[in-house]
Design a binder for this molecule. Structure first.
Ligand code: NAD
Length: 256
């Protein structure tokens, strides 16, 4: 799909991987809605690209419905939807302090997995009513974000790994559900990228330890490299129902 003049939604678009994806989509001519819990940062990014900032908590069904309704009213129905919003938590299933709190497990799953599902189910319902764009009968595309931790999660990451494995697992069935409407679903599984979330989770020292496990190039990914892949997925109609690792060959070991 040609990105020019399309309406795009990026959840988590106020920071890190999402913010550079907003910039990349806008540079290719999309009208972009930046949906984020952090409205101030969302406004900064949206103003930079002439987009729309909308506050959302993707874990809250009413908030998601309201945010998508605002985008539809202000810009129109999105053909490009990127679910980038996500949170992490570092906690073992149990330790001397006691079991992993259930509420923090549920929060991570609600944001990363249920939030992604919710945006997909509502946005696709609007998308299927749009006209087709080309001879393939294409209508739109979803790009969801999981993590390499969804395949090989290190110690202390059960909640995060479970949430991201869920995003990986729903990619193919969702692509199959939406195929009759010409809507594609892809998932990106980043390795280690240099963003506020990555550094908040690991600290500078942990981040450097992670980088030591990266074969080549031996560094954290630049969010612009993630954004390039996200745009390529939109532009390449043959990409559907698949999860792509972007990790410089990294495989997680036991520890971070
Ligand atoms: N940075 C990495 O190394 C890395 C690796 C693998 C996967 N990821 C995934 O990539 C995505 C983006 O991560 P990032 O590193 O850019 O993080 P980030 O913290 O820089 O950005 C995440 C954004 O999501 C927003 N957000 C958080 N909870 C939200 C909610 N409930 N509703 C709406 N918005 C919410 C935050 O406000 C923030 O703007 C996440 O899903 C993360 O799990 C990141």
């Amino acid at each position: 799909m040609d990105i020019k003049n399309k309406i795009a939604i990026v959840t988590g678009g106020a920071s890190g991987l999402g913010a550079d994806t907003v910039r990349a989509l806008a540079a290719k001519g999309a009208k972009v809605a930046v949906l984020d819990l952090n409205l101030d940062l969302a406004k900064t990014i949206a103003n930079e690209v002439g987009g729309l900032a909308v506050k959302v908590d993707v874990a809250d069904g009413e908030s998601v419905e309201a945010a998508l309704a605002t985008v539809k009213a202000e810009l129109g129905t999105a053909r490009i939807v990127m679910n980038v919003a996500g949170i992490g938590i570092g906690r073992k299933i149990t330790n001397k302090k006691g079991p992993h709190p259930l509420d923090s497990f549920l929060r991570v799953v609600n944001v990363n997995l249920t939030g992604t599902f919710d945006v997909c189910r509502l946005a696709s319902t609007d998308m299927i009513a749009l006209d087709t764009l080309n001879e393939d009968g294409e209508r739109g595309v979803f790009v969801n974000v999981a993590s390499i931790f969804g395949y090989d999660g290190p110690v202390g990451n059960t909640a995060y790994a479970a949430s991201k494995a869920g995003v990986i697992g729903m990619t193919l069935p969702m692509a199959r559900d939406l195929a009759p409407y010409g809507i594609r679903v892809m998932t990106i599984c980043p390795g280690v990228f240099d963003t506020p979330l990555a550094k908040a989770e690991t600290g500078e020292e942990g981040f450097n330890r992670l980088i030591a496990n990266v074969p080549f190039p031996k560094r954290g990914g630049n969010p612009k490299e993630f954004a390039k892949l996200a745009c390529h997925i939109v532009e390449n109609t043959m990409m559907n129902g698949e999860c792509i690792r972007i990790d410089a060959g990294m495989r997680m070991g036991l520890m971070i």
